[in-house]
Write a protein that binds this ligand. Structure first.
Ligand SMILES: NC(=O)c1ccc[n+]([C@@H]2O[C@H](COP(=O)([O-])OP(=O)(O)OC[C@H]3O[C@@H](n4cnc5c(N)ncnc54)[C@H](O)[C@@H]3O)[C@@H](O)[C@H]2O)c1
Length: 249
């Protein structure tokens, strides 16, 4: 494993209690960062901090789809660490598998509230702080579904396409403030999110990956943690592909 330098840096990882977010939180901790996990699952969050080994850790129980909770979590994190250098948005849900014609309206709204609005609320909340500090790194976890559109997953695909668009806009807005904003588009990675998805959909996603295997959480974490370092200084608004060859653009 390459050694990344996050010494003296403080990072927030939403959805950091499980799966991809947890692997990112661990990699940032191993790289020397103080790590705050924001998640709405208190029990997994308590388990996660035990294995992090960060210099300093902080947890905040937060539903990212509620802006007041995001703002309160940010205040408590700044109180704990003094500043925030990096934000990783990994909190997300898969949503129901159904055709557009059958897609329940309340489920469509829930998926966008968490995956898209949640990402907007956290970015909005940290932006002013990072501008004041003239430094920041933001990485959003989108999905290959946002690039390609998976059938029977329209809400998920649409929310992740919007996260890519949000990343591009914010990257350009903050380009003169020494703040980079990037996203990654993983293909299927075996995590607890699979429990929310139909087996036929998992089979479909695997069949589209030229490498013929699922991604590993550590593979996603390696790219994301690098994009949280000072070295990621001339790339912003970009989409890093992590799809085993599925989306070569
Ligand atoms: N696993 C994959 O195949 C895959 C592929 C591409 C993109 N992604 C994206 O990666 C991210 C992480 O997914 P994962 O596979 O690690 O899933 P996961 O279910 O293991 O982890 C998601 C975490 O987000 C938290 N969360 C969900 N809704 C929340 C909310 N409203 N507020 C706060 N926390 C909330 C959950 O409690 C959980 O800890 C998601 O955004 C997902 O869409 C996953």
């Amino acid at each position: 494993m390459n050694q990344l330098d996050m010494k003296g840096r403080s990072a927030i990882v939403t959805g950091g209690a499980s799966g991809i977010g947890l692997a990112i939180a661990k990699r940032l901790a191993q790289s020397g960062a103080n790590v705050a996990i924001w998640d709405f699952n208190e029990q997994s969050m308590a388990e996660a901090v035990k294995v992090l080994g960060a210099v300093k850790t902080h947890t905040a129980k937060v539903d990212v789809s509620k802006i007041e909770q995001v703002e309160a979590a940010f205040k408590s994190t700044v109180a704990a660490f003094g500043k925030v250098d990096a934000l990783v948005n990994s909190a997300g849900v898969a949503g129901k598998n159904a055709t557009v014609a059958d897609y329940p309206v309340d489920e469509w709204i829930r998926v966008h509230d968490i995956n898209l609005n949640g990402t907007f609320y956290t970015c909005r909340t940290v932006a002013a702080h990072m501008i004041k500090n003239n430094y920041g790194r933001i990485v959003n976890i989108a999905s290959v579904a946002g690039k390609e559109g998976n059938p029977n997953a329209s809400a998920y695909s649409s929310s992740k396409a919007a996260v890519i668009g949000l990343t591009k806009s914010l990257g350009k807005e903050l380009a003169k403030n020494n703040i980079t904003v990037n996203c990654v588009t993983p293909a299927a990675v075996k995590t607890p999110i699979f429990d929310q998805v139909a087996q036929s959909h998992i089979d479909y996603m695997l069949s589209k990956i030229p490498m013929g295997r699922f991604g590993l959480v550590e593979e996603i974490a390696a790219t994301v943690a690098w994009a949280c370092t000072e070295d990621c200084s001339f790339t912003t608004g970009a989409t890093f592909d992590l799809s085993g060859g599925r989306a070569t653009y």
